[in-house]
Design a protein around this ligand. Structure first.
Ligand code: UDP
Length: 436
């Protein structure tokens, strides 16, 4: 049976700078959604201190999770960074996981009444396991700007930085940002991959890649969403899926074709075939000065790593998807009404392209990843123009993609719809087989 209401459970890291923004978040949620049930959980001393600071009329509920600092070699009463002797932060990070059982119990009980949405500090990544166990929604709260948070995350995930090579240095995910060692705290400079606090922190931060949503305490003024700068359906998204890549020579032609097309793009770019996917990206794999030029012109945005594909495809500025036509990518694109430029690489992908071309939502730009399957920059530019430009074929294709998007949504609208019916048939069959 559907649960009637939502229960938002806030869990800040016990430090002033982490608790305050979550209290502000609670106030905003109450302001705009007065019917939401909201609880902030923390250790007893923090809860007592928050309780004394809240007006008696505050609708925010508070819940204490037992915590015993001395069990973790911390001095008595160290329940927030305010009370913590310098140098004990690492221990404190680890100690917070001792709240897991009590937090799990609280979520178990809350889930019986409502649909639970956990808002967890990014340093308490272990809360994701609890959320998954109870089928609760999980979000990570980033108490800093998206820019600084992203760089900090990359710094922490690419340790160590104490070696004496170039200064300043760059991070694999953000080759355009120069980092000076003087910008890194001493404990980060000294961190080794075997320190328990470092290992623990990396594990917590890695949940930022897996959580259901990121809440960032910033505004578009500090962290403009790049895509919002572009008009409706004007940006091309390019990705060859989660595992594949193309030849260096193909990458060159694709880049030149994109430049010639004059259209803005987002390219999820991996090292070319023959190189390790984890290798640092090298400028020489692209035409001379290409990445820098495209960024300066605000035309090209490069993702070196994992892109939030579904969110990108659902953005109103995306006009087409140059895809290897893996089936998930196809579904995600058409679900958002985005037409496809097909460049299949392997498996059943070429047949997906055939299907899509027959449906009128795709032009094939190239096929295969061998050097023999050449793509020429003019073909790239012409195909992009055909799909995205102001011409009859493109217009028809875009309309068709929108129509398919509507049909895909309709397939699940209610029990009488095609996909919902298919699933019901399957369950009937299952019942018949298991009953016998
Ligand atoms: N994906 C993503 N970000 C990336 C690359 C891939 O989110 O940077 C996701 C994409 O949304 C899709 C899946 O990975 O759900 C790729 O599946 P698909 O069937 O398209 O291709 P495969 O990776 O299996 O070749």
């Amino acid at each position: 049976m559907a649960k009637p209401n939502y229960h938002v459970v806030l869990f800040p890291f016990p430090a002033h700078g982490h608790i305050t923004p979550q209290l502000t978040l609670a106030a905003r949620l109450h302001q705009f959604h007065p019917n939401l049930n909201i609880t902030l959980v923390s250790t007893p001393r923090n809860i007592a201190s928050i309780r004394s600071s809240l007006p008696p009329t505050s609708p925010l509920q508070l819940h204490s999770l037992p915590f015993c600092p001395s069990d973790h070699g911390l001095i008595t009463d160290s329940e927030s960074t305010d009370d913590l002797p310098i140098g004990q932060l690492g221990k404190f990070f680890i100690a917070m996981e001792s709240c897991r059982a009590a937090f799990d119990h609280f979520i178990t009980e809350a889930s019986k009444q409502s649909t639970v949405c956990i808002v967890s500090d990014m340093h308490l990544g272990w809360t994701l396991d609890v959320a998954r166990k109870h089928y609760a929604f999980h979000s990570s709260f980033l108490g800093t700007s998206a820019f600084s948070g992203a760089i900090f995350l990359s710094v922490m995930m690419n340790l160590p930085h104490n070696h004496s090579d170039s200064e300043p240095f760059t991070l694999p995910e953000y080759p355009e940002v120069l980092v000076h060692r003087s910008q890194l705290a001493e404990h980060i400079l000294k961190a080794s991959l075997t320190d328990p606090p470092t290992v623990f922190l990396q594990k917590q931060l890695s949940t930022l890649y897996k959580t259901d949503a990121l809440l960032i305490n910033s505004t578009e003024y500090f962290d403009p969403v790049g895509l919002d700068l572009h008009p409706l359906a004007s940006v091309l998204y390019i990705s060859f899926g989660s595992q594949d890549s193309i030849q260096k020579s193909q990458m060159m032609e694709l880049a030149l074709g994109l430049e010639a097309s004059g259209r803005p793009f987002i390219w999820v770019i991996r090292p070319p075939l023959g190189f390790d996917a984890k290798d640092e990206f090298k400028d020489e794999w692209l035409p001379d000065g290409f990445e820098k030029r495209m960024k300066e012109e605000n035309r090209g945005f490069f993702v070196h790593g994992w892109a939030p594909q579904i969110a990108i495809l659902s953005h109103k500025s995306i006009g087409a998807f140059l895809s290897h036509c893996g089936w998930n990518s196809v579904l995600e694109s058409l679900n958002s009404g985005v037409p496809i430029i097909g460049w299949s690489l392997q498996a059943e992908q070429p047949f997906n392209v055939t299907l899509l071309v027959n449906l009128g939502v795709c032009f094939e730009v190239s096929r295969g990843k061998l050097e023999t399957s050449e793509v020429k920059k003019v073909v790239v530019a012409e195909t992009v123009e055909m799909v995205m430009g102001d011409n009859e074929k493109g217009h028809i294709m875009r309309e068709k993609a929108k129509e398919i998007s509507k049909m895909m949504k309709r397939a699940w609208k209610d029990e009488s719809c095609t996909s919902a019916k298919g699933l019901a048939e399957f369950l009937k069959l299952l019942q018949r087989v298991t009953d016998n």
